[in-house]
Ligand binder design. Structure first.
Ligand SMILES: NC(=O)c1ccc[n+]([C@@H]2O[C@H](COP(=O)([O-])OP(=O)(O)OC[C@H]3O[C@@H](n4cnc5c(N)ncnc54)[C@H](OP(=O)(O)O)[C@@H]3O)[C@@H](O)[C@H]2O)c1
Length: 256
């Protein structure tokens, strides 16, 4: 039995993977943005060990959630699932002066990775849309370009890939992988999403807890438990370091 923490798990794929892991006898800690959403989450999955609370669009809440997680001891696996979608109509700026989409999708997983006790396995939710992301890292906050929600989302999912692959390289003792769940009909995916919702959470669970040799590798990107196409820039150690260093500079938190 493993202990697994899943971020952004009040709904959608996070709640689905939490439920699947509980069904298979694992201990699961979930995460919601507020007290009210935590109550909903606990009601949706009463077997969850706990629901951590914090709106991780702010640095203060990212730190607070990492603190709550560490108070509960070390996890065997962490699934960095929290995310905003590809249809944000405008650039929202957080109290930290960051793009909210980037803060939730990229900085939150970075800060939690850096501050939490090291688990054995890390899983980052990316997307096939990362292939359309801008690998230049010239404008991660979208201050220089006219807002395009879909392209801004693609950038964040490319950054998540750089995070997963960069951590895999820097931490050889931890298995760090990324996942594409497919385009599926969660609240984010929308009702017309064409891919198989029943498959969308299984690869994350497999990477988090399976004894299969393939699931215990590191520096991979999977769709339906099979390797998927990776943007070539993601394998560039220099670019991985630039993303990690940028996250460090923005947050003031270094990756050990
Ligand atoms: N669905 C797809 O087709 C698809 C495709 C590729 C990748 N993905 C990735 O899969 C992951 C999960 O997506 P999903 O489809 O399950 O999305 P979803 O249905 O919108 O669920 C996202 C969850 O994250 C929570 N959340 C969002 N912002 C938060 C914040 N600031 N603080 C705390 N919690 C927050 C939401 O809380 P509330 O419920 O309170 O809003 C919700 O529970 C994301 O990383 C996404 O990029 C999804």
């Amino acid at each position: 039995m493993a202990r697994v923490f899943v971020t952004g798990s009040a709904d959608g794929l996070g709640l689905m993977v939490g439920s699947l892991l509980v069904e298979h006898g694992h201990a699961v800690v979930l995460h919601a943005r507020s007290e009210a959403r935590a109550e909903d989450t606990q009601a949706a999955l009463p077997q969850a060990e706990a629901v951590l609370i914090g709106d991780v669009s702010t640095l203060a809440a990212m730190r607070a959630v990492a603190g709550q997680a560490n108070d509960r001891g070390r996890f065997d696996a962490v699934i960095h699932n929290v995310g905003l979608g590809y249809q944000e109509p405008r650039r929202v700026e957080t109290v930290d002066g960051l793009s909210q989409l980037w803060a939730v999708n990229v900085l939150a997983p970075y800060v939690l990775t850096a501050l939490m006790h090291k688990p054995d396995r890390l899983v980052y939710l990316s997307s096939g849309m990362h292939l359309g992301g801008d690998p230049s890292l010239n404008d991660p906050q979208w201050t220089a370009r006219r807002w395009n929600g879909s392209r801004a989302y693609s950038d964040t999912k490319l950054h998540d890939m750089l995070l997963a692959f960069g951590v895999a390289r820097r931490w050889p003792d931890v298995s760090s992988n990324a996942v594409s769940p497919g385009w599926v009909a969660t609240r984010m995916g929308g009702p017309g999403a064409p891919d198989d919702l029943d498959q969308a959470h299984r690869t994350q669970a497999w990477l988090a807890v399976s004894d299969d040799a393939a699931a215990q590798g590191s520096g991979g990107y999977y769709y339906h438990q099979r390797p998927a196409d990776v943007h070539p820039a993601v394998r560039d150690p220099g670019l991985q370091d630039r993303l990690l260093d940028y996250c460090r500079d923005v947050s003031g938190i270094a990756l050990a």
